[in-house]
Design a protein around this ligand. Structure first.
Ligand code: MIG
Length: 759
């Protein structure tokens, strides 16, 4: 096999907003997307005009560069890119000349056949975080990964790849942070120095170009690195989530499967009877007629509309599953239409590809084709008409029994290996666009298993088929936190574990962690023991119920956290590496699962069989949530962790808006917004956000937003003038003081103007 290094720079030219650099065996295309984001695309062949699935921005106009004797420079207010010309090597610096990251001087970008790899300089103290849904440690130094969306049945804490591909990571060294997104949907690989001593790290793909976006803005001074800035820039480039339906943030009860309308109704009634708050129930595959997508089983789900009306009366939303595989069966509408219009994947000779999945022999829609996406999207009428509110996209890696769809399978004129990693995302996109249209002004909820960078624009994700054990409970935290680093905020794991049966202790513990998981969904595999809260004995039910109730009390805080994700890309579950990037403790294996949930809550996941554990509290002061006991941070502490009390800590100065317990997001609260404040030495603030939770009216100014500030010097809490025209659900405000001695709580009427509350 011939190995080609990209060689020396020859001719350079500027075309539109791109600098084109011809080297011996490759051409580089360089463009600036924002002062902190530079794209480098190195191609051996003619570059294809195919749009990126991930990127939604265009390069800036007015590119300038300087040619020097042995290099070319591009300077922005945030970055300096120096391209050495002999040989061609790319190095990124801060404007004041500190090296952020660059090519390995010897190898740079290399082709071996169609494979392309980029060998990069590795700093002695460099760490790596990110890559989305990946197992292993928070710090990925010394590990290697492959992106190849896979139905990862029975995965464990080391398995790779899983279901999704986010070829985006963040590097940290010497107080500097940068991000790199390889926008390539072929099989790709990342090796963070796992077998190259401390010399270099490398990344690449089986085909396509070395097409990457470099993020280098360090953000405001005096911050601890700037991972928040990188996430902000990455989600600007690839898009941010819309406001999720409020109901999707409530408790979700799923199972493979609730087998009939009657069973679903019974489950719904039981939640209400037991006074356990819940918002969402699911239909897994068995609601369909012979697993045919967009159909209902006539015997077990004879009147879907009646079922959903009754669920609605009880305050529930229904989510149903869809798989991509369309059963080959004459007379089945989706088969007939898809076959007639050539909407399915084929072999090179035009024969339709056949794979077996739940319905038997199936064809697979070409979600890369806009017409197919529209057709697919329109088919959801069969579900939206009776009132389904959410759409669960499964098996979209795509999965067929045997897991080996041949590489000669084509979608349009491109072959699967080119963009397998984006298939699931395109299905989610079709689902989202179609259901958004059908639901008129209502927000659809889409949940997908397979995904690629940018998925947050269309869908929530969950981490597939985990297992009912403690290792998975901890792994789930890292997966969710890492997905957050990739711009995906609305994520969750199957609470309780999909396969196997949790012990009652594990179920209780995992549920308590679910309260602090962005999407709180209990789900289990067919044949496992029943998982609903009342199946674990009276005492455990009480704990589960109390924890789910806490989730509902926290919803004003959680919804505001999602507003932050919507505005800035900041995830809701945040590895401590975001705020404490250069604190070594954060990466220690005993602490690496910890995370902040929103701005102010620190969660220390505890396994089911421990009664206490070591917790790292970053510098500053903290309070235990359950007791208000003050604890100084900057050290590891021993925390009690009985099943009734997951170790959760509050940052001093925290402002946490809460509400009374409601049974679902449809139920009116008592009208009192509880503002919990924990005393601290420093001033702090919180952006409070509310809207109707279901429609897009917030895009037209129908929201209610105010900045709440706590000022210990003036001894007061201030609520700024309300922005937006939505009338808050809360007509009263009550400040609840923690750690203030005897400060009294008063209920005030919730004014639209500024409110100042002293203590
Ligand atoms: O072949 O629809 O990950 O959540 O319950 C298994 C049945 C198909 C896999 C999903 C799981 C779901 C199950 N599905």
């Amino acid at each position: 096999m011939q190995t080609e290094l990209s060689g020396k720079v020859g001719k350079i030219a500027k075309q539109n907003n791109t600098l084109i650099i011809k080297a011996d065996t490759a051409t580089a295309y360089v463009s600036v997307y924002s002062p902190g984001i530079i794209r480098v695309r190195i191609a051996k062949n003619k570059v294809s005009a195919a749009d990126s699935f991930a990127v939604i921005q265009q390069p800036l106009a007015g590119l300038t560069y300087q040619e020097h004797e042995d290099n070319i420079e591009i300077n922005t207010s945030e970055l300096k890119l120096r391209i050495n010309t002999s040989p061609m090597r790319f190095n990124f610096y801060t404007p004041d000349g500190r090296l952020l990251s660059g090519d390995d001087e010897r190898f740079g970008t290399v082709w071996q056949g169609e494979n392309v790899a980029n060998y990069r300089k590795l700093f002695k103290n460099e760490r790596f975080i990110g890559l989305g849904e990946k197992t292993g440690n928070l710090d990925r130094r010394g590990s290697n990964y492959v992106n190849w969306n896979t139905d990862a049945v029975d995965y464990n804490a080391k398995s790779d790849p899983l279901y999704k591909s986010f070829p985006f990571f963040i590097g940290l060294h010497d107080g500097l942070t940068y991000g790199l997104f390889l926008d390539n949907t072929h099989r790709s690989w990342f090796d963070f120095g796992s077998s190259t001593d401390h010399e270099m790290y490398w990344l690449g793909a089986d085909g396509g170009d070395l097409d990457y976006y470099f993020f280098g803005a360090q953000g405001p001074k005096n911050t601890n690195g700037n991972i928040a800035q990188i996430i902000r820039d990455y989600t600007w480039l690839t898009g941010r989530m819309e406001m999720p339906p409020l109901w999707s943030l409530g408790y979700q009860q799923c199972r493979w499967s609730y087998m009939s309308a009657d069973e679903l109704l019974e489950i719904a009634r039981k939640f209400r009877k037991h006074n356990i708050p819940a918002d969402v129930l699911y239909c897994d595959i068995d609601y369909m007629d012979g697993y045919k997508i967009f159909t209902w089983d006539k015997k077990t789900f004879p009147k879907p509309k009646k079922l959903i009306d009754e669920l609605t009366d009880m305050g529930f939303r229904l989510v149903t599953i869809v798989d991509p595989g369309i059963k080959i069966e004459k007379g089945y509408r989706q088969y007939d239409e898809g076959a007639a219009k050539n909407y399915f994947a084929t072999y090179p000779n035009g024969d339709k590809y056949i794979g077996e999945v739940w319905p038997g022999r199936c064809h697979f829609p070409d979600f890369f084709n806009e017409k197919v996406r529209e057709w697919w999207g329109g088919s959801f009428q069969a579900l939206t008409q009776p009132g389904v509110a959410g759409f669960w996209n499964d098996m979209n890696e795509p999965a067929a029994w045997g897991q080996h769809i041949p590489p000669i399978v084509k979608f349009g004129n491109r072959y699967l290996p080119e963009f397998r990693n984006a298939y699931g995302m395109q299905m989610a996109r079709a689902t989202y666009n179609g259901t958004k249209k059908l639901l008129k002004n209502k927000r659809p909820f889409v949940l997908t298993r397979a995904a690629y960078a940018g998925i947050q624009r269309y869908s929530a994700v969950w981490t597939g088929d985990n297992t009912a054990n403690d290792e998975h409970l901890l792994l789930g935290c890292r997966l969710v936190n890492s997905l957050g680093l990739s711009g995906v905020a609305l994520t969750g794991v199957d609470i309780g574990g999909f396969s196997g049966n949790p012990t009652p202790e594990l179920m209780v513990r995992w549920n308590s962690l679910g309260v602090f998981t962005p999407m709180f969904r209990n789900h289990a595999m067919i044949g496992t023991v029943k998982r609903e809260p009342w199946n674990w004995g009276k005492q455990n039910e009480r704990i589960i119920k109390k924890d789910i109730a806490l989730r509902y009390q926290l919803l004003p805080y959680i919804y505001s956290a999602f507003y932050q994700a919507h505005q800035t890309g900041m995830p809701v579950s945040r590895t401590l590496a975001i705020d404490y990037a250069f604190d070594d403790n954060v990466y220690q294996h005993i602490y690496q699962n910890q995370f902040l949930f929103g701005d102010n809550l620190l969660i220390a996941p505890a396994e089911s069989n421990v009664t206490g554990l070591k917790v790292y509290l970053p510098p500053g002061e903290w309070y235990r949530f359950s007791t208000d006991k003050k604890i100084s941070g900057g050290r590891g502490i021993k925390a009690d962790a009985p099943l009734t009390d997951l170790p959760v800590f509050i940052k001093a100065g925290a402002i946490i808006p809460m509400q009374n317990i409601v049974q679902s997001t449809n139920e009116k609260s008592d009208g009192v917004l509880q503002l919990h404040i924990w005393n601290g030495k420093q001033a702090s603030s919180f952006v409070y956000y509310e809207d109707d939770g279901v429609s897009y009216n917030y895009e037209q100014g129908e929201y209610h937003k105010r900045i709440i500030t706590f000022d210990p010097r003036r001894k007061q809490v201030t609520l700024s003038v309300v922005e937006g025209n939505f009338v808050s659900r809360f007509d009263r405000v009550k400040v609840i003081w923690h750690g203030f001695g005897k400060a009294a709580s008063k209920v005030l009427s919730n004014e639209v103007g500024e409110m100042v509350i002293g203590y």
